[in-house]
Design a protein around this ligand. Structure first.
Ligand code: ADP
Length: 576
């Protein structure tokens, strides 16, 4: 029986084999016996149905948006973050990927944060924390006359708890841990992930200030301050700490840095509170108890006859903003505080995936001035259209409650969402959409992907087409390519094809940072980007990259040097 939904046949979805595998394992609803009880199109129908039903509350017929939401998801033009696909229209109903929880300096507050983290992880979300308020290791504890154990040792409890709690059997939780550069335990924090296996469920980032970055540049000292007393405990040479951060990042990938002053300068509701933390992958700076739901437009589908289809991009942007705003209301929040704080600002994050695949279709090498310029034009356009749509929703449905006094109030008479754009990693939804992840370059033209204990060999589909059209395709060649992922040293591949299909590790790291900065210019939340470095990259390369990210007004920086972690997600070298 061919079921029909709004004129689209169910089995018309052209999903890749990898997409179907991922969906079957984690996304499709399952029956008692563990087998899926819905098809992928029924999943999209469930999500479209649940998210569009919100329109009724605002006096609109949800039928139109239901058709539109179904269309854009089933065409793989737009996908919401994983929890929305998994949980919309179910009893759990938790739809957000990103949360930030406060950690205050008392035993009761620390363990309350731990309990709250467990509830969020169970529901499929990831959590970010700033541990900067905790008194340092060795500081006094008045009530017991004992000594405090400091932020890093408490982080290990959060890490252990994460290890134990599986998210409804679907995925293990992810965390971001942040410590300010002026916390007395900063050195212990920077070194904390050197021990293999320690804090494995955390990404860590040092929260740096302009003052610190300037002290690095001028080679001066800066103060460490005990957060409990507000008193300076020591003065350190900024360059020593910058060297330590970059050395550890070179060795292990951690810590990254987040630029707190830039984040707060650009925070549209800075009148409410100061931001201290981001979500796990760094792309959403949030206030305590805020959550954010994300969605990504698949840019590889926005190309027509070798040019960008602006009209289609505009439509998907408007529908994407409408969709994500509805998600805020459709969401069942794990805590009352989160429900309240999220609805006070109604932050959403519409972004993109498939950038590299789009560049390949447009014949633009990722490492070119034209790519940077195109990226800026696209993001500027998405941002302008996102704001327009949010203003329109604000007129019809009311502005977010903290609108008064916000930076938006200076420009518009209404605004529905305090933030509208984010570039997410799209780690899993880009597999579902069968495109390159986020704004990353193609990682490898053929490679092995470790997903949930399975190894999948993949050849980039755009490259495969070109290879066939230009008559140099062969199975042997594809196998050869998978050894390094790159075609730069394969003379049998035409020069113009080699120039176009550059991979993450072929590209000079400067291009990675410039691409991140190009997007950040027009993104009001933040940008997820991993600056991939070849194994042979030097410590000076890392220092240069970290400083460059700061100078280009990025909100954070993360690098990954190939091979510096034992179990990395993406691996070159053919099937093991
Ligand atoms: P997806 O592709 O699954 O929608 P992304 O890779 O874009 O997700 O990640 C977006 C955000 O989702 C992350 O920053 C994090 O907040 C959350 N997230 C991702 N993976 C996990 C995980 N394993 N557990 C909890 N949260 C996660």
């Amino acid at each position: 029986e061919t079921k029909k939904y709004l004129g689209i046949k169910h089995d018309d979805l052209k999903l890749s084999v990898n997409a179907i595998r991922v969906l079957e394992r984690r996304y499709l609803l399952k029956g008692e016996n563990g087998n899926p009880v819905e098809t992928p199109s029924e999943m999209f129908e469930r999500v479209a149905n649940s998210v569009s039903s919100i329109d009724k509350r605002y006096g609109y017929n949800p039928y139109d948006s239901k058709a539109e939401f179904y269309r854009m998801m089933s065409n793989l033009e737009f996908l919401p973050n994983s929890p929305t696909l998994m949980n919309a229209g179910t009893e759990l109903g938790q739809l957000s990927a990103c949360f930030v929880l406060p950690v205050e300096d008392s035993m009761k507050d620390i363990f309350e944060a731990l309990t709250n983290m467990s509830l969020i992880h169970k529901s499929g979300g990831g959590t970010g924390f700033s541990f900067s308020k905790l008194r340092p290791n060795g500081d006094i504890v008045k009530s017991t006359k004992g000594v405090a154990s400091g932020p890093v040792s408490f982080m290990s409890i959060f890490d252990q708890a994460t290890e134990v709690i599986k998210q409804g059997g679907k995925r293990r939780g992810a965390n971001m841990g942040i410590l300010r550069i002026d916390h007395p335990d900063i050195i212990e924090f920077i070194n904390s992930k050197e021990k293999e296996g320690y804090l494995d469920n955390f990404n860590i980032s040092v929260g740096v200030t302009d003052e610190f970055m300037k002290a690095v540049q001028s080679d001066s000292k800066y103060d460490l301050i005990n957060p409990r007393t507000g008193k300076t405990t020591e003065k350190l040479r900024a360059r020593d700490i910058f060297d330590l951060i970059t050395t550890m990042a070179w060795r292990t990938g951690d810590p990254g840095m987040i630029f707190l002053d830039e984040i707060n300068r650009r925070h549209p509701v800075s009148h409410v509170r100061t931001i201290e933390s981001t979500n796990p992958c760094g792309e959403v700076p949030l206030l305590p108890y805020e959550s954010c739901n994300l969605g990504s437009i698949n840019l590889s589908k926005m190309v027509k006859n070798d040019t960008i289809n602006w009209e289609k991009l505009k439509n998907n942007t408007h529908s994407g903003i409408h969709f994500l705003d509805n998600v805020i209301d459709a969401n069942k929040y794990p805590l009352n505080e989160i429900d309240r704080e999220t609805k006070n600002n109604r932050k959403i994050g519409l972004g993109v995936m498939g950038l590299a695949e789009m560049f390949a279709k447009l014949n633009i090498p990722y490492n070119s001035e034209e790519a940077i310029e195109t990226a800026e034009n696209i993001m500027k356009f998405i941002n302008e259209e996102s704001v327009k749509k949010s203003v329109e929703l604000g007129e019809k449905r009311g502005s977010f409650p903290n609108f008064k006094g916000s930076q938006w109030e200076k420009k518009y008479s209404s605004m529905r969402n305090a933030t509208v754009n984010t570039i997410a990693p799209t780690g899993t939804i880009s597999i579902i959409a069968n495109t390159s992840s986020g704004i990353e370059p193609i990682f490898a033209l053929s490679f092995v992907r470790n997903v949930m204990a399975t190894q999948l060999l993949e050849v980039n589909p755009v490259f495969e087409n070109v290879a066939k059209e230009r008559n140099f395709y062969s199975k042997d060649l594809m196998m050869d390519i998978s050894k390094t992922g790159s075609i730069q040293n394969l003379k049998q591949v035409p020069k113009d094809v080699r120039d176009l299909f550059v991979t993450s590790l072929d590209i000079d790291p400067e291009w990675h940072v410039r691409m991140q900065a190009a997007f950040q210019k027009y993104v009001d939340n933040s940008v997820s980007k991993t600056v991939n470095l070849p194994e042979k990259a030097t410590l000076d390369d890392v220092k240069r990259i970290y400083m460059m990210a700061y100078k280009l007004n990025c909100k954070g920086i993360t690098i990954y040097r190939y091979g510096s972690k034992e179990n990395q997600v993406l691996e070159l070298g053919g099937l093991k």
